[in-house]
Design a protein around this ligand. Structure first.
Ligand code: PGA
Length: 252
C-alpha cells in the first residue's frame, strides 16, 4: 500500500522567526511520527535554519524550485547540490506558478528533474490543467503533454524517487477544490499514463498528491480516493493546526 505524503508548500510566505515557529509547531504536533510522510517546503533563505528545527524529527525538508546546474555563473539561482547541502530531501519542480509567471516549460522542468535526481533529491513534480483547458475538454491532453515532457528519459528506477502532484490550476489558492471524483479521475489518468511511460510496477508504486485548496474540512474525502496518495498544501500549510489536521486526515 502506498504511504500517504502530505507536503506544505509555503510559497513566498513567512519571515525567519515565524517560519521557525511554524516548523517547530508541526514537529511538535506530529510527535514521534505517524504512517504519513510529512514535509515542509519553506522559501530558500529559511531552509538552513528550518533544517535545524526539523533535524532528527519525522518532518522532512523540501525546497520550492532549483536550477539544473551544479554551480556556475547563474546569478540568483540555487542548485540541487546546494539544497542537499542545507538539508533538503525534496524539491518541488514545475509548480504552475513557475510555469505561469516564470515560463518554466516542460523541457526546462525535465532538465530540473534530472538535475535534482542526480543530486540525490526526491522530486515533487507538479502538473495540472487551467480552467480553460478543463472547459474545452483538454485536461487529459494537457496532463499527457506535461507528463511526457517533464518525464522524458526518466527511468522506472528514477521514478521511484519521484512524487507527482496533480494540481488543477483553477483550484490553487481559489478556495474551489476539485471534487473527489474529479481528483480521482485525473489521478487514475496520470497513473495509467505513467505506466505507459515507466512501466506498471513503477506507476503502481508512485505517490500522486492532490493540490489545490486542500483544507482540513475537505482533506479526508480527497485522501480517501483510491489514487489520491497525499496532498500538496499551500495556504493551509501556513497554519500548523490546519496543516496537522490535513496530516491526520491522511492517517489510516
Ligand atoms: P493552495 O496551493 O493549497 O493554497 O491552493 C496549493 C499549491 O499551490 O501547491
Amino acid at each position: 500500500m502506498r504511504k500517504k505524503f502530505i507536503a506544505g508548500n509555503w510559497k513566498m510566505n513567512t519571515r525567519s522567526i515565524d517560519g521557525e515557529l511554524l516548523a517547530a509547531d508541526v514537529v511538535k504536533g506530529l510527535g514521534s511520527g505517524s504512517n504519513v510522510t510529512v514535509a515542509v517546503c519553506p522559501p530558500f533563505p529559511f531552509l538552513a535554519r528550518i533544517a535545524q528545527v526539523v533535524k532528527g524529527t519525522s518532518v522532512a525538508l523540501g525546497a520550492q524550485n532549483c536550477y539544473p546546474k551544479d554551480d556556475g555563473a547563474f546569478t540568483g539561482e540555487v542548485s540541487p547540490a546546494m539544497l542537499v547541502d542545507v538539508g533538503c530531501a525534496y524539491v518541488i519542480i514545475g509548480h504552475s506558478e513557475r510555469r505561469q509567471f516564470f515560463h518554466d516549460t516542460n523541457d526546462f522542468v525535465n532538465a530540473k528533474v534530472h538535475a535534482a535526481l542526480k543530486a540525490g533529491l526526491q522530486v515533487i513534480l507538479c502538473i495540472g490543467e487551467t480552467l480553460d483547458d478543463r472547459k474545452s475538454n483538454r485536461t487529459e491532453a494537457v496532463l499527457d503533454a506535461q507528463l511526457t515532457g517533464s518525464l522524458a528519459k526518466i527511468t522506472s528506477v528514477e521514478l521511484a524517487k519521484m512524487v507527482i502532484a496533480y494540481e488543477p490550476v483553477w483550484a490553487i489558492g481559489t478556495g474551489v477544490n476539485a471534487t473527489p471524483q474529479q481528483a480521482q479521475d485525473a489521478h487514475a489518468f496520470v497513473r495509467r499514463r505513467v505506466a505507459q511511460l515507466c512501466g506498471d510496477a513503477a506507476a503502481h508504486a508512485l505517490v500522486i498528491q492532490y493540490g489545490g485548496s486542500v483544507k482540513p474540512d475537505n482533506a479526508a474525502t480527497l485522501l480517501n480516493q483510491p489514487d489520491v496518495d497525499g496532498a500538496l498544501v499551500g495556504g493551509a500549510s501556513l497554519k500548523a493546526d490546519d496543516f496537522l489536521a490535513i496530516v491526520r486526515a491522511g492517517v489510516r
